[in-house]
Unconditional design. Structure first.
Length: 57
């Protein structure tokens, strides 16, 4: 009876660990993209869209 009580929590722990691993992977991927000079140049290029203008419209 006690074993059945522990199984769901262990499964939940496994799911949480897996989710944290993928989240950590996503964060490191974003950080590496942001530190890449080509990516930052792409984001900082003036493409004619001014965020201040679009929010006011």
């Amino acid at each position: 009876m006690a074993v059945n009580g522990k199984e769901p929590s262990m499964a939940l722990l496994r799911v949480q660990r897996g989710g944290l691993k993928t989240l950590r992977g996503d964060i490191t991927m974003c950080m590496s993209l942001l530190s890449d000079p080509d990516t930052t140049r792409f984001f900082h290029e003036d493409d004619g869209i001014n965020p201040a203008e679009t929010t006011q419209a």
